[in-house]
Design a protein around this ligand. Sequence first.
Ligand code: 13P
Length: 254
Amino acid sequence: MKKIVIANWKMNPQSLREAEDLFKNVKKKSSKLKKVKIIICPPAVYIERLRKLSEKTNTTFLGAQDCFYREYGAWTGKLSPKMLRNVGADFVILGHSELKSLGDTYDDINIKVKLALKNKLTPIICVGEENRDNQGTYFSMIEKQILSALSGVGSQFSDKIIIAYEPIWAVGKDAKKIISPEELIQIVIFIKKILADKYGVEKIKKINILYGGSVNFRNVEELIQKSGVNGFLIGRDSLVYKNFNNILDIIENS
Ligand code: 13P
């Protein structure tokens, strides 16, 4: 299975020109990679244009950062899964912690997952605890999040979902600390067990479990080699050419 690297550009960059430059760099790099699949999730306003730039190689895929939980209608400011699909997205990040902090609930996320699948978008489902305690209560929280997000999602879809573990304490410039491979492998095994109980051991071989939160070119080698994840969701370092290229090289050669 190829490793997956997802670039979550969040609300960056500020112009289409800069978005094109960033994207061209990734596209050039991706044509030299054999073991890594790259998914760029730019702000939705750039997807259509970037899709046109990617058409010739198809080594770099596009995803949206969210979708709405209704398919059509009078919803000011919202984007339906089908719109995103129609402008060229193949993937959609759902349940990112920055949207949960604005009110996105796991009931909403569950509807979004089903609508994404219906509209042939692969959902990248984010889960993760806000804080850790010594009692390990975060394990049951992660389990609840995964089972709520996947409620009513049958095993025929199990190879069409991606789970991204993004502990909130490790995300963004205010991250409290960086996760260790030892901490991460426990969570990866735990997530696999939850999915195996739900979908069966055979099915979960095809489910990608990724990690996101302060991934950079300094920590990525250890994480890919020792934590059991199949790739990463990268925020800040996906916006800096050199750093992102470095990360891709390290994963390709691991
Ligand atoms: P950072 O890599 O900037 O910590 O962001 C991670 C993230 O939120 C990816 O979705």
